[in-house]
Design a binder for this molecule. Structure first.
Ligand code: 0A1
Ligand code: ZN
Length: 889
């Protein structure tokens, strides 16, 4: 259905529903061509709302029958709603019978077919594509579900909760009946009917109860489920240990499916996962894939409490569950990583993700607060603002009340709201009330501007050391930029974790603020509540460099006013690994930005020396070094400029990488040799750090060799590619060849394809690697266009579509933003093509050009034209129309 002009839904218009649905009894006769849905709903009028007709959501349904208390009633359709006029009683039973066609459902929302099986996706508004319902998260019901289907095609029949009955039916069919005792919103409903096998594991929780964990996959994939199962067990243990939240279900199931719009889905007791976040073996998955599985398995499992037991009152509160659950999965990954240094590496990776996607979002036409005020299509608000910035908001609360205080706040939150559908305000209130003396509680209204104001605050800091007075004065000021739909901004509460590092000694100095009787350690959190504030540190015995925003204590853009010399002090001595890493990034960023106007860059010796020092420093972790030695991405550099010339940014950054490759050539050779993992593959931080640094070193060595006409390192890379015993090394070597445009890249790519042509997730990597290669003379773009026609390419599978389209448009600016506008033509065609198949995916892809205004000419005009061309179409889905029209506003 095309609905480009769907109305705007506003947060301030929230009203509780006119009716509650208390019980749902569903029977589905499953068939890919035509599934019959019989639904029996126990409904109660909500006395708080005036009497009115019952309006149920429905989309793409074929209605057969409606009965109220067993009697036919009159009904009508209004837009997408089924309207039944004033049912007589305050309580009644509504019976509906309708059919749906799963095999025609290419949106992958509702009930759809994938690889011979049937699967559901109901968040946010997919349940209405199965049957008529009050499809909103504050309507919570107890579900009993009977599934009937062909036993050969669908030997496994799953739904939420507990299996209460199963048996045979006539004609080679069978049935299974499931009951979920927990009232839940319709978006958490799920069913699966497919030919699957399961890895199973019993676990005992602290209360002494045994629970069954199951991971269902296609036959042949069982050997790739060990890591997911380990991650699930670790998640169960962690949530109980860290937050006292036990598994509340007799069985917890994960099902992997090839065709899936997102990463995974937390349906109560029956999580559905994109195969990408379940299947892994050393031969087919990289270290990053293993980490991704751990974090997504954790994320979905943690939703069982933060999202399912306590859910959202309305979709504007999405960050209530998503921000909190991302925070929880980030903490989980850090705790799993172990050492302080491995934790810091996790934190840096999280911050990179936030800055690369959320900061640009917050500066463009899609800018919205963590708790949005209005939307046309809710699917468009599963954004990095709601998720990643939302997690930062929770992290700031954690910083302000401390680890113990936060745990207390979480207990209070569950004590107050378990079983309810609530708001972001309810969450913040619980954390504050559990910590009445904290800076959070004292400034709660101010703090909550993080929920209501969009845009990334700019924090600027200037420090001054007074030798005579032995004081260090730090002046902080914030500016909150105007963003889409929010012209007036107020100051926000910004926690600034900081320390002072002695300029000569490199020591962490004791911190004592004016008026304080004694120093309080060498690390503290300054709480900024005004537009400008001054902090005077006394008894400062030495000139010093401020180390600010440690651990990235707030999601802001920091202008620290530091010199290169200051940054070198922090890079060498700061006890906070995040600030240390950031100092190196800022040294590189400064050079890139200075070089942009001319397009030429000549690296200075102090910088090269510092980078060499980092690489050779025996006290640093290899994973940290890898992060520190990769210059800021093209996207991040572009973000720091007002008019982006993507080709210029690319040229300058490439030049920096090339010079680092040349000038540290011997050091890279050393690093490659020193960081080989000799023992068997294990996806642990200690090994993966070495592999990451060795792969970076190899990439640098091959780059330099190709530039100088040397064939030794490309040859070695090819050999390593062939002989690798794990995917991380194999892909690393292949990437080194492809990214350097080495002659051996083509045979290596061919060989890789032949080796893995039956492994869909590995083929995705093959597409992605080619789409993300550094552009040279338009070759990468030409190749990407070619790949569209490859027999293994399809727009029907989201992972495959993403691995080519998103990789090119979001992660390869120089290949995408072409002076001849070829990239934009490609984009417009694909948006339209994809929109007819899968609007959710299309609208995500459409966002690749939502910031066309930020581009320099000639890109800007050409991009605008492409966006306008798509906007002129009258057949866009409401998802895509919303993105396109916002982009032009
Ligand atoms: N709640 C899931 C994400 C998700 C959202 C929407 C989906 O379909 C449109 C699917 C999954 C999570 O946060 O993991
Ligand atoms: Zn989530």
């Amino acid at each position: 259905m095309r609905e480009g002009t769907a109305p705007l839904i506003r947060r301030e218009d929230y009203l509780s529903p006119a009716y509650w649905i208390r019980q749902v009894d569903l029977t589905l006769d499953l068939d890919a061509a035509k599934t019959i849905v019989a639904s029996k709903l126990t409904i109660e009028r909500n006395g708080q709302q005036p009497a009115q007709p019952l309006r149920l959501h429905g989309e793409d349904l074929n209605l057969l029958r409606v009965l109220v208390d067993g009697q036919s009633v009159s009904f009508r359709h209004e837009d997408d709603m089924l309207v039944i006029d004033a049912p007589a009683a305050d309580q009644f039973v509504l019976e509906i019978r309708n059919t749906i066609a799963p095999e025609k459902n290419t949106h992958l929302s509702g009930l759809y077919a994938s690889g011979g099986g049937l699967y559901t996706q109901c968040e946010a508004e997919g349940f209405r594509r199965i049957t008529y319902f009050l499809d909103r998260p504050d309507v919570m019901a107890v579900y009993t579900v009977t599934l009937r289907g062909d036993k050969k095609k669908y030997p496994v029949l799953l739904s939420n909760g507990n299996l209460v009955e199963q048996g045979e039916l006539d004609g080679g069919r069978h049935f299974a009946k499931w009951h979920d005792p927990f009232p839940k919103p319709s978006y958490l409903f799920a069913l699966v009917a497919a030919d699957l096998v399961a890895r199973e594991q019993w676990v005992r929780t602290r209360g002494g109860k045994d629970h069954l964990l199951q991971i269902f996959v296609k036959r042949g994939d069982l050997d790739k489920t060990e890591h997911a199962m380990n991650s699930l067990i670790a998640s169960v243990v962690w949530d109980e240990a860290r937050f006292n939240l036990p598994l509340d279900l007799e069985r917890f199931m994960i099902v992997a499916v090839d065709d899936f719009n997102m990463g995974a889905m937390e349906n109560k007791g029956l999580n559905l996962f994109n195969t990408k976040y379940v299947l892994a073996s050393a031969a087919t998955a990289t270290d990053a894939d293993f980490d991704g599985i751990e974090s997504v398995v954790g994320h979905e499992y943690f939703h069982n409490w933060t999202g399912n037991r306590i859910t959202c009152r309305d979709w504007f509160q999405l960050s209530l569950k998503e921000g909190l659950t991302v925070f929880r999965d980030q903490e989980f990954s850090m705790d799993m990583a172990g050492s302080a240094s491995a934790r810091a590496v996790c934190r840096i990776a999280d911050v990179l993700r936030l800055r690369e996607s959320q900061f640009p979002e917050d500066a463009g036409p899609m800018a919205h607060p963590v708790r949005p005020d209005a939307y046309q299509a809710i699917d468009n608000f599963y954004t990095s603002t709601v998720y990643e910035k939302g997690a930062e908001v929770v992290r700031m609360m954690h910083t302000l009340v401390g680890r113990e205080g936060f745990a207390k706040g979480m207990s209070l939150y569950f004590q107050r709201h378990d079983g309810q559908a609530v708001t972001c305000d309810d969450f913040a209130q619980a954390i504050a009330d559990a910590n009445p003396d904290s800076a959070l509680a004292v400034n709660l209204a101010l703090f909550k501007r993080w929920y209501s104001q969009s845009g990334t605050p700019h924090l600027s800091a200037r420090g001054q050391y007074d030798t005579a007075a032995s004081t260090f004065t730090l002046e902080l000021s914030q500016a909150n930029p105007v963003t889409a739909a929010q012209p007036n901004k107020l100051p926000q509460l910004i926690p600034v974790a900081m320390g002072l590092v002695g300029r000569h000694s490199g020591q962490a100095l004791a911190l004592q603020l004016e008026g304080e009787a004694a120093p309080s350690g060498s690390h503290r959190v300054l709480v900024m509540t005004e537009a400008t504030q001054r902090f005077v540190f006394t008894h400062v015995t030495e000139d010093c460099v401020p180390s600010l925003l440690r651990g990235f204590s707030a999601p802001v853009l920091l202008d620290d006013g530091l010199t290169d010399a200051d940054r070198l002090v922090l890079l060498a001595h700061d006890s906070d690994p995040f600030t240390r890493w950031e100092s190196g990034q800022k040294l590189a960023l400064g050079r890139l930005l200075t070089a942009l106007p001319t397009g030429t860059l000549e690296l200075d010796e102090p910088f090269v020396h510092a980078m060499r020092g980092l690489l050779r420093d025996p006290s640093l972790d290899p994973a940290f070094k890898e992060l520190a030695l990769v210059p800021p991405s093209e996207g991040y550099v572009a973000e720091q400029t007002t008019e982006v010339d993507p080709q210029r940014v690319h040229a300058v950054r490439e030049s920096m990488v090339q010079q680092l490759a040349a000038r540290l050539n011997e050091d890279w050779a050393w690093a490659f040799a020193e960081h080989q993992v000799r023992e068997g593959y294990r996806p642990v931080a200690e090994q993966s750090g070495k592999r990451a640094l060795a792969n970076l070193a190899l990439a640098m060595l091959v780059r330099h060799a190709v530039a100088t006409g040397d064939t030794v390192w490309p040859g070695r890379a090819y050999q390593r590619f062939k002989d690798a015993s794990n995917m991380t090394d194999r892909l690393g070597a292949l990437q080194a060849l492809v990214n350097a445009h080495a002659e051996l890249a083509a045979p290596a790519l061919e060989r890789f394809h032949a080796l893995f042509r039956h492994e869909p997730l590995v083929l995705d990597k093959w597409f992605m690697l080619q789409a993300r290669a550094p552009e040279r003379d338009g070759r990468v773009f030409a190749q990407a266009k070619q790949l569209l026609k490859h027999p293994d390419f399809t727009l029907g599978n989201p992972n495959r579509a993403r691995s080519l389209l998103m990789a090119l448009a979001f992660f390869n600016p120089a290949a995408f933003h072409r002076a001849d506008a070829g990239g934009y033509v490609f984009w417009a065609e694909r948006v339209v093509e994809l929109d007819a198949i899968n609007p959710q995916l299309a609208s995500r892809f459409a966002r690749a050009l939502d910031r066309w205004r930020h581009l320099a000419e000639p890109y800007r005009s050409a991009a605008r034209e492409a966006v306008a061309r798509v906007a002129a179409r009258t057949d866009l889905s409401s998802d895509t129309a919303e993105i396109i029209h916002r982009a032009l506003q």
